[in-house]
Design a protein around this ligand. Structure first.
Ligand code: ADP
Length: 389
């Protein structure tokens, strides 16, 4: 827009000079095109051919009228240059208000082999900018409106996302707890039957069901409590020397029923020469358990590889699976609270969407890092780096 306004200004000045030629009745002398009669050696200066002599008062009066007519309302310093003497014979200042002021004209001298009048506009830049004031103000307002609008949209979608994930959580939560409770209730009904004493095999089966389901409920409640505990910002680490290889075996041991149920194959590449860390053992166990649990949960026929190695900063361990994988656009989201990847309208397995955020919180507290590499349909690898101290 600024460049456009500059061109407009140039055009108005050229037209004013054209009008001046006509007023002075000299246009017939100049057969060339108007643009060829006007030179612009610098941004603010215009030199227009005009053979002397010329009446200065008439010149000033005509020029003032033409500039007004073509809307050039900024101070114009005028110089009448004689080629023979190589200097201005006359200078004057035409003010934007039309009032003659006693300002000394400052017209840069340009040596030329012909007579000319010089029009110098020292305030050209400010004048053009002032012409654009409306545009600048309206653009600024538009920009502010756009920014506010985008911020509004952003918050709206964030809120929508939070509402949806929260709703999902409640749904998962109820689902996760309703089934075991109904199963326990049914089993309890059977167990309260007087005749059950006479059928010890049946009694054992139903007692087993109650035990299994209440254990399951217990683990789920533990998970939620652990998370709620860290949510309230109370992650106090009790650091001690931890052998990561031992913790890996313990985590796998804890998951034995699930591993057995899904017939998961586990391989180990525990290559860390020094498996010792200064860390909170309980929390590191939760990290590994969650990652292995996910690897088993999200694979149809799980082949899981657990590896460790030394790194410059500390220790790296990874859990790789051959499961459903995660799409690139979901990779960042899976570390958010309650977030779970959907497949169509449903979820692949049960869960609360709290495992990975818990893992991340624990790793952050230890100064560790986690990253994921995944190919949908091929599998995922979660890589954790922990400092030794
Ligand atoms: P949950 O497993 O209870 O849903 P997580 O926080 O542990 O919660 O995981 C969040 C989501 O990340 C899961 O719902 C799943 O969609 C995805 N995810 C996590 N681990 C894996 C994995 N090994 N393979 C495929 N998807 C995974």
């Amino acid at each position: 827009m600024y460049r456009f306004e500059q061109k407009e200004f140039d055009r108005s000045v050229v037209k004013s000079i054209g009008g001046l030629y006509e007023d002075l009745d000299v246009s017939a002398y100049y057969t060339s095109h108007l643009n060829e009669l006007i030179e612009k050696p610098e941004q603010h200066l215009y030199l227009a051919h005009l053979t002397l002599p010329v009446n200065n008062d008439t010149l000033v009066s005509y020029l003032q009228d033409e500039l007004d007519d073509f809307g050039v309302f900024t101070d114009c310093h005028l110089g009448v240059y004689s080629a023979a003497l190589n200097k201005y014979l006359y200078t004057d200042v035409l003010t934007s208000t039309g009032v003659r002021e006693k300002i000394k004209a400052r017209v840069p001298v340009q040596a030329r082999p012909y007579d000319y009048i010089a029009l110098y506009f020292p305030n050209r830049r400010q004048y053009i900018l002032s012409q654009m004031n409306f545009l600048i103000t309206s653009s600024a307002i538009l920009l502010i409106v756009l920014v506010l609008f985008s911020a509004g949209l952003y918050y709206f979608y964030r809120q929508k996302f939070l509402n949806e994930t929260q709703k999902d959580f409640i749904h998962n939560f109820t689902h996760e707890f309703k089934t075991p409770v109904s199963v326990i209730s049914l089993a309890a009904d059977v167990l309260t039957n007087k005749n059950i004493i006479e059928k010890p095999a049946k009694l054992a089966t139903y007692a087993g069901i109650v035990k299994y389901q209440s254990d399951y409920l217990h683990t789920q409640i533990e998970k939620l409590l652990e998370f709620a505990y860290t949510e309230s910002g109370q992650l106090h680490l009790k650091k001690e020397p931890v052998n990561i290889h031992q913790v890996i075996h313990e985590a796998v041991n804890n998951l034995a029923p699930l591993i057995h149920e899904k017939n998961a194959q586990l391989t180990y590449d525990l290559n860390a020469v020094d498996p010792m860390l200064q860390a909170d053992r309980g929390y590191i166990l939760i990290v590994i358990t969650n990652l292995v649990d996910n690897a088993v949960k999200y694979s149809k026929e799980p082949h899981i590889s657990i590896a460790t190695k030394d790194s410059g900063r500390g220790l790296i361990f990874s859990v790789a699976d051959n499961g459903i994988g995660i799409e690139k656009k979901e990779l960042k989201k899976i570390f958010r609270k309650f977030y779970r990847v959907r497949s169509g309208d449903t979820y692949v397995t049960k869960g609360f969407g709290l495992g990975l955020i818990f893992v991340k919180t624990i790793l952050d507290a230890h100064g560790g890092k986690i990253k994921v590499e995944s190919l949908p349909g091929k599998g995922s690898t979660f890589i954790v780096e922990l400092p030794r101290h």
